[in-house]
Ligand binder design. Structure first.
Ligand code: 6PG
Length: 244
């Protein structure tokens, strides 16, 4: 990992400012009638970031130029506290001018395998594809302290090895079914940004960024965009074990 692709910020607000500015730059690179496709991550880290953007970037980002997808979603209804869609609506969408037709929700309430298939088709139809794989302009990822990312958990070889676009995964701790973008899809993205904050992630951040090529057993260390760029946006607590 090139050192310049690792950005360390004093706190999550400064990380959010940088991400917001990156989004503005990416939108400005788009043609008049083209959209920026973003796959959002779930969990608590993006919740704080989305809240910050909804206040400080409401007027700065041309939100109607963005197509919103998810990198993963819990197999729950959209009004369930566990829903990444609900979290995003309540921390971002309710405060910005995003057209409903630009939000592509994963139907967590549907039968998981049918939904993974349906969502894969949506992504293929809405995005540019290479060899049948949709290419997101921007894939936002979180990092679990066990080394999972999106809903690709360590040891889930079926999901790790699949060539599907989206697949059905399971949180091994709760048994909760998830719909997740696969490594095939994540690694086809033009830009992948890990958004990681908090001291509880510092050991895993160090491990992922220092693992040798041959030791890559954790899903987060298998993120290696074929022709895209990979960035890590960290706060000082998550980066505390790194020597940069
Ligand atoms: C999810 C996420 C998951 C998350 C990590 C980190 O749906 O939960 O996609 O991969 O990003 O578990 O979550 P935190 O940001 O809450 O630590």
């Amino acid at each position: 990992m090139e050192k310049e692709n690792i950005k360390v910020f004093k706190n999550i607000d400064q990380l959010s400012v940088f991400l917001g500015e990156q989004m503005i730059n990416l939108i400005n690179q788009k043609q008049e009638n083209d959209f920026l496709s973003i796959a959002l991550s779930g969990g608590s880290t993006p919740k704080a970031i989305f809240r910050y953007l909804s206040v400080h970037f409401r007027e700065k980002i041309d939100w109607k130029k963005i197509l919103f997808f998810w990198g993963d979603e819990r197999c729950v209804s959209p009004d369930n506290e566990e829903s990444n869609y609900k979290m995003t609506r309540e921390s971002l969408f309710n405060f910005i001018p995003v057209p409903d037709e630009n939000i592509f929700r994963v139907f967590g309430e549907n039968e998981p395998f049918a939904e993974a298939e349906r969502y894969s088709e949506i992504a293929k139809n809405k995005l540019k594809t290479i060899d049948g794989v949709p290419c997101f302009d921007l894939m936002l990822l979180g990092l679990g302290d066990d080394g999972h990312t999106a809903s690709i958990f360590p040891g889930n070889d079926k999901v790790i090895k699949t060539e599907k676009i989206y697949d059905v995964a399971q949180n091994p701790y709760s048994g909760q079914k998830r719909i997740t973008a696969t490594l095939t899809t994540i690694n086809a993205s033009k830009k992948v940004i890990f958004l990681v904050t908090g001291q509880n992630k510092s050991e895993m951040v160090f491990r992922i960024l220092n693992e040798k090529e041959t030791q890559r057993t954790l899903p987060a260390s298998m993120i290696n965009p074929q022709s895209g760029e990979l960035f890590w946006f960290l706060d000082e607590m998550a980066a505390k074990n790194l020597k940069l």
